[in-house]
Design a protein around this ligand. Structure first.
Ligand code: 13P
Ligand code: SF4
Length: 327
């Protein structure tokens, strides 16, 4: 289930963005959103949106929303003919791998990810040669070819559970060194790390958060596990994007800093109406390539369609399904 409240695609376009964006923006956005709704009907399409989409997409256009794990599960379950992935390329590829008979569209094919860029199948082969007995655990923020070269995938919400499920004392964990180190701190297994990092989360520092706490007594800090270790040490809660939403909904803190991508706080504010958001956020330039305009174009022209070669898809599907089976 998506972590946040009911998607607004279930309520009329005219009220969907009320209180979410300024009225002047609503008058511009609503006709585009209405067109998107018509195109969705005509194409039997759904829009899956990651938690980092801008509020006009997250609240105005998305049918299903969530973190990477939720989007992967939702893509596998939907009976729509067309999936528009409002997220980055690896998310669209994952949807295609899990739903090979559906048309999967990414509104801007340049929406990449620094983690996906940080490792290749050849790198995995080198690691396997170095540690022949260690299974390869790979973050979903990677290409299909890297997944196919791995034994099992993880997301930020199940990384520890997946590592713990493996019958091995030593595990190769790629490509995010911070997520891997966070897992290593909670397991007795030996974790071999790769040197990848998220260009958005690696920029936060523990020192800036400590200073923020001093300036805001009572502040709660919640952080994504792609952040460096000194940041995670300062956090009251560490979890996936949906984990952070759920924490906020359940805890209703007086003041919170969400140490992650900037749109998160905008999107989840409705879950904690009395909470003051202190915003030390960084923007993901890749996520921000997706707009209501290119979602409309994607549905109009059925582009850009995502394809994954059959043999790569088969290998990647095995790694993804191994993860989904962990529960
Ligand atoms: P989540 O799976 O936590 O949504 O993370 C995806 C991501 O790209 C975070 O930077
Ligand atoms: Fe990749 Fe980081 Fe952007 Fe997430 S926030 S898509 S990990 S670059």
């Amino acid at each position: 289930m998506p972590a946040t409240a009911t998607p607004r695609s279930l309520i009329p376009v005219g009220v969907r963005l009320e209180g979410i964006v300024p009225d002047i923006e609503r008058t511009i956005l609503e006709p585009i959103i209405a067109e998107i709704e018509e195109l969705k009907q005509a194409r039997n399409a759904v829009v899956l949106a990651h938690n980092y989409m801008t509020p006009d997409i997250f609240h105005g256009v998305a049918d299903l929303r969530g973190d990477s794990l939720q989007l992967a599960r939702l893509a596998a379950q939907t009976d729509a003919d067309v999936i528009v992935m409002a997220g980055v390329h690896f998310m669209a590829e994952t949807a295609k791998i899990l739903s090979p008979d559906k048309t999967v569209l990414i509104p801007d094919a340049r929406a990449g990810c620094s983690l996906a860029e940080s490792i290749t199948p050849a790198d995995i082969a080198v690691l396997r040669a170095q540690y022949p007995d260690a299974p390869v655990v790979t973050y979903v923020n990677t290409s299909a070819a890297v997944k196919a070269a791995s034994d099992i995938t993880v997301t930020s919400s199940n990384a520890l559970a997946v590592v713990e499920s493996l019958d091995a004392d030593r595990v190769i964990f790629t490509p995010d060194r911070f997520l891997g180190a966070w897992v290593a701190g909670q397991t007795t297994k030996q974790i071999v790390l790769w040197e990848g990092a998220c260009e958005v989360h690696e920029r936060f520092t523990g020192a800036e958060l400590a200073a923020l706490r001093q300036g805001h007594p009572g502040l709660k800090i919640i952080a994504h596990p792609e952040c460096p270790g000194d940041v995670l040490a300062e956090a009251d809660y560490v979890g996936s994007t949906s984990g952070m939403s759920n924490w906020l909904r359940d805890e209703q803190p007086a003041k919170v800093a969400m140490v992650t991508e900037c749109s998160m706080a905008d999107n989840v504010a409705e879950l904690a109406p009395a909470t003051e958001f202190i915003r030390p956020c960084n923007m993901c330039p890749h996520m921000k390539r997706i707009t209501v305009h290119n979602i409309r174009t994607a549905l109009e022209n059925l582009e850009v369609e995502v394809h994954v070669e059959a043999d790569v898809a088969a290998g990647a599907r095995a790694a993804l399904e191994a993860m989904l089976a962990v529960g």
